[in-house]
Design a protein around this ligand. Structure first.
Ligand code: NDP
Ligand code: 8X3
Length: 253
């Protein structure tokens, strides 16, 4: 099978929008996440709408053993992965350094950094064998600029930025493209998870602005992956028009 994209964190938000975008373009999908019901629902819907196949893999990216097991048993026909979208991630809490919860810090580092590394280490050999591939790493504007109370979420995304650059250099000899995508505010389940279900705080994240949508990011990622073989976008920062930096917004009156 050709045209296979592996999307981590496809059960919601940006990952789900990317699944829909690539499915509509005829890609076969490997979609991952912890919520098996959502994976199955997405598979059922997209396979009914498009002439494609979808493989679901349920695992927690923080669990190194589970990630390795999922890829060790990847059926042969699914191994020619053309694009890896390292998207699974989260922010947990938005507290000042002295008040922040160490468990939240560990969850963010384990998910956003370790999880991305575990999945990448499993998939890179499959791309090396093909002598081609494209890895898209989901960073954030938080990985370009630190903001108040962003502390370890920012650190995790700065790490993604560094890993993205390192991959670009080290995987060059294998003809693997590497692209970092760094969005500002995108309206997804991200804020609700960051504020642990507090809808008022989550909604306030987007008050007074028209934020990016998951579809905006999916369209951008799709564009980056459809360029000619000799062209690679290494790094891309994208915000809504009302956001100029990590903390500078022009809000509606
Ligand atoms: P959502 O919360 O809507 O989606 C997050 C996805 O990540 C879900 O599919 C979730 O799946 C998955 N995920 C989270 N933790 C784990 C885990 N431990 N194991 C496996 N999968 C996991 O948020 P977004 O779509 O906004 O976030 C996607 C990425 O985009 C993240 O890396 C985020 O940091 C980044 N980003 C988001 C921005 C925003 O403003 N929304 C801006 C910049 C970057 P499940 O819960 O089923 O496991
Ligand atoms: C998500 C964007 O600004 O909340 O990565 O950190 S921000």
């Amino acid at each position: 099978m050709d045209k296979i994209i592996l999307i981590t964190g496809a059960t919601s938000g940006i990952g789900e929008a990317c699944a829909k975008k690539f499915a509509a373009a005829g890609y076969n999908l490997i979609i991952t996440g912890r919520r098996a019901d959502r994976l199955q629902q997405l598979k059922t819907t997209l396979e009914a709408e498009h002439a494609i196949q979808i493989l679901t893999l349920q695992f927690d990216v923080q669990n190194r053993t589970a990630v390795a097991a999922a890829f060790a048993s990847l059926p042969a026909k699914w191994q020619n992965i053309s694009i890896l979208l390292n998207n699974a991630g989260l922010a947990a809490g938005r507290d000042s350094f002295e008040d922040a919860d160490m468990d939240d810090w560990e969850t963010m580092l384990n998910t956003n950094v370790h999880g991305l590394l575990y999945v990448s280490k499993a998939v890179v050999p499959l791309m090396i064998a093909q002598k081609k591939g494209h890895i898209v790493n989901m960073g954030s504007i938080a990985g370009k600029e630190v903001y108040q109370n962003g502390n370890v979420y920012c650190a995790s995304k700065f790490a993604v930025d560094a890993i993205n650059k390192a991959m670009r250099i080290d995987l060059l000899k294998h003809h693997i493209k590497v692209t970092g995508i760094h969005p500002g505010a995108v309206e997804t389940e991200f804020a609700l998870i960051r504020f642990k279900g507090d809808e008022a705080k989550a909604n306030a994240t987007y008050n007074g602005i028209t934020p990016l949508t998951p579809t905006d990011i999916a369209d951008t990622i799709f564009y980056c992956t459809q360029l000619p073989a000799h062209v690679c976008i290494n790094d891309l920062v994208i915000t809504c028009t009302q956001q100029a930096s990590a903390s500078y917004f022009s809000k509606d009156a």
